[in-house]
Ligand binder design. Structure first.
Ligand SMILES: C=CC1=C(C)c2cc3[nH]c(cc4nc(cc5[nH]c(cc1n2)c(C)c5CCC(=O)O)C(CCC(=O)O)=C4C)c(C)c3C=C
Ligand SMILES: [Fe+2]
Ligand SMILES: [Fe+2]
Length: 356
């Protein structure tokens, strides 16, 4: 293994007490979300999907058969469909995906609350797939003199396919550093009071804007192959904890606020009930007005805006539904900032308890 040397940030290779080293008192905070293609064209989407679907945390299959299938059949077809979905929701003003816009906004809002000059905390953000990469931004924090880095995977519910792979990317970067920062990984927060409060407030406020009250509110989470859960992934239990806490906060029962799983990919069985099948059966049961919320996503993205906001809406209205509302994720709301602020306070308190 080669240990990469990084010159001090302000030059002078023999200056052992360079600003980069003297500033190692700073603490970095790295918010990490899933990923984003650089554009909506075939090759940009193909590069993104190739990186994403080559992650062995995401696709648990032998690369001996998976890579030929991925690079051959899947990546010659899927980018057309995925590209069309991204085109529908693309942030044209900034020429980027909404996930990137919101993740950056979350970092900027938190930075405004934690100015570096007064707090010594440097806030940044990265994407697990695509750019800015975890490696690039983690190195950036070290170069700015962060001797400690707090890593925040932006997933309220733990899954090896999301949380663990963010941690993997950070630790892989550390493997190439001679002088590593101390690192602290933030655990999932499926029923953290600040998360539940922010989500419940967001849901209540969104419901108040609707012309007619929905008969049913559905909590749709990203799905996962059942095989991963059988192998020990705790994800569905964490989704359940979120739903129990949200129902309690909103005063709703499971029949009024059921949980479903979306975004199935491939042929094997995933967590059920599937959002599309469940919603497709509602109008026949006399339920014509629904609202859908996606509590597992801190930011709106292709999976909420296109899959729920377009595809699912069409399906529901096409089967006899009359009113479909997709409620927004926390995005760049004050609730999102308060949630991240709570997490930051708790984690820093734990870290500093040793008495720096
Ligand atoms: C086996 C495939 C997949 C697993 C497992 C998986 C788990 C998983 N994903 C998220 C969150 C997001 N996924 C997003 C997009 C997306 N996910 C998959 C496949 C798996 N996800 C694909 C192929 C895609 C790309 C879109 C498509 O082609 O349909 C996104 C959106 C990213 C964006 O830029 O908008 C998010 C967010 C979670 C939380 C999760 C496991 C719990
Ligand atoms: Fe996904
Ligand atoms: Fe999807």
């Amino acid at each position: 293994m080669s240990y990469i040397e990084h010159p001090p940030a302000h030059g002078g290779s023999r200056n052992w007490s360079s600003p980069a080293l003297a500033g190692a008192e700073r603490t970095g905070l790295l918010l990490v979300n899933l990923g984003t293609p650089e554009g909506t064209g075939y090759w940009a989407i193909r590069r993104y999907l190739s990186e994403f679907l080559s992650d062995r945390r995401v696709i648990e299959a032998s690369p001996l058969w998976w890579q030929p299938l991925l690079q051959g059949v899947i990546l010659s077809r899927r980018p057309f469909r995925t590209g069309a979905a991204y085109r529908e929701i693309w942030n044209r003003e900034k020429d980027e995906s909404p996930l990137r816009t919101f993740t950056r906004a979350q970092a900027e809002n938190l930075r405004a609350l934690w100015p570096e000059e007064r707090t010594g905390v440097v806030v940044d953000w990265a994407m697990r797939y695509g750019r800015p990469s975890v490696a690039e931004r983690l190195q950036g924090l070290v170069d700015q003199g962060c001797g400690r880095v707090l890593l925040v995977p932006l997933y309220p519910q733990y899954s090896a396919t999301t949380t663990a792979t963010v941690n993997d990317a950070a630790f892989r970067t550390l493997m190439r550093m001679r002088r590593q920062p101390a690192i602290r990984t933030v655990p999932s927060f499926p029923d953290h009071p600040a998360y539940i409060r922010a989500m419940a407030d967001r849901i209540r406020a969104s419901l108040l804007t609707l012309d007619r009250e929905p008969e049913l509110l559905i909590g749709s989470f990203h799905g996962l192959p059942r095989r991963y859960v059988e192998a020990g992934d705790p994800y569905p239990g964490e989704c359940e904890r979120t739903m129990v806490a949200l129902r309690r906060e909103l005063g709703l029962g499971a029949a009024q606020f059921p949980m479903t799983f979306q975004s199935r990919f491939g042929r094997e069985p995933w967590l059920e009930p599937y959002t599309d099948e469940y919603v497709g059966s509602l109008a026949a049961r006399g339920i014509k007005r629904i609202a859908v919320v996606a509590p597992g996503f801190l930011s709106d993205c292709v999976e909420t805006l296109e899959e729920l906001g377009s595809e699912l809406r069409e399906e529901f209205l096409g089967t006899g539904g009359t009113h479909f509302h997709l409620l927004p994720c926390l995005n760049d709301s004050a609730g999102a900032t308060m949630l991240l602020d709570s997490i930051l306070r708790e984690e820093l308190a734990g870290w500093q308890a040793r008495g720096r």
